[in-house]
Design a binder for this molecule. Structure first.
Ligand code: ADP
Length: 275
């Protein structure tokens, strides 16, 4: 695919044109908001959101996670949460606490089998409900697991909510990289600071010690070079990370000394420094 084909459509550009004045609201009782986004699904965005949140918590901060991935909310499963958030007044929602992290997800409101085929206005109003009706309690860092791509939800978020920094997750694949460039462009136009890229699934090392570049090479490096955005970290394919995410027991919570947990701790320290 050429650069020309990856260009944003005129409609989209008009929607997010710099002419628009964005009135960005702060989230109540939250000091810093970090958005985790990706150009497409399945690149490990939620896995990284969860483990980054726990790593920041392990550095003794108060942390919240907002699962805004309305099309595939996976935070409840990855955090092993089955209970629903409570409400004392029937209007405002109290986040569910797990592993000492305050969690809110659209996944709490719908059954696992409900297809999230929502239209634009519904997406936007859900996001506003989330932001206005969640009773966060003295959160230092709120990690938002964004929906993939550059659709309505991401656009509403970037335009209407104050985000202190965004982190973009990509695999080294060409196709993922093209999607990422689009996302980066959108953040720039909506004046959201980009903290950097995390390349996920960089390679897989087999038992014989050979490193396999399953998804190609240098995807994040290409973005970093072309768009002058730093690579925060590269994460390799790791079976323990996969198993722990799928079982609702994040590796950063249950195996603090694991190589991956230490890597996430470093990522957390870097992010706290640059945000
Ligand atoms: P996304 O949020 O981008 O859709 P997920 O975080 O749900 O992606 O990850 C998709 C799948 O890939 C999950 O099963 C997750 O456990 C797995 N996964 C993510 N990152 C890695 C990794 N570095 N190594 C092994 N498995 C991973």
């Amino acid at each position: 695919m050429t650069e020309k084909e990856a260009n944003l459509s005129k409609n989209f550009m008009d929607q997010i044109s710099p002419k628009t004045q964005f009135k960005k609201n702060k989230i109540n009782n939250v000091k810093k908001v970090i958005a985790i986004s990706s150009g497409k699904g399945g690149v490990g965005k939620s896995t990284i959101a969860v483990n980054l949140a726990i790593a920041i918590k392990n550095l003794k901060y108060n942390v919240g996670i907002l699962d805004a991935d309305i099309y595939g909310p996976s935070i409840p499963k990855m955090m092993g949460i089955s209970e629903k958030p409570k409400s004392e007044d029937g209007i405002n929602l109290i986040p569910v606490k797990k592993f000492d992290i305050q969690c809110m997800s659209i996944g709490f409101m719908v059954s696992e089998n409900t297809p999230m085929i929502w239209r634009g206005p519904m997406v936007a109003s859900t996001i506003k409900t989330f932001v206005n009706k969640v009773l966060w309690n003295n959160v230092d860092f709120l990690i938002i697991d964004m929906p993939p791509g550059t659709g309505d939800a991401l656009l509403t978020f970037s335009q209407e909510i104050h985000i202190d920094g965004s982190i973009i997750i990509t695999t080294p694949q060409d196709i993922a990289v093209i999607d990422v460039k689009r996302g980066i462009e959108m953040f720039k136009r909506t004046h959201v600071k980009i903290l950097g890229i995390i390349e996920n699934m960089t390679s897989f090392t087999s038992d014989d010690g050979i490193e396999h570049f399953i998804f190609g090479k240098d995807g994040a490096k290409n973005i970093s070079d072309k768009l002058n955005i730093q690579i925060i970290e590269k994460l390799h394919i790791d079976i323990d990370l996969r198993k722990s995410s799928d079982s609702g027991l994040p590796i950063t919570e249950v195996s603090i000394d694991h190589r991956i947990s230490k890597l996430f701790l470093n990522i957390a320290k870097k992010i706290i420094k640059i945000i």
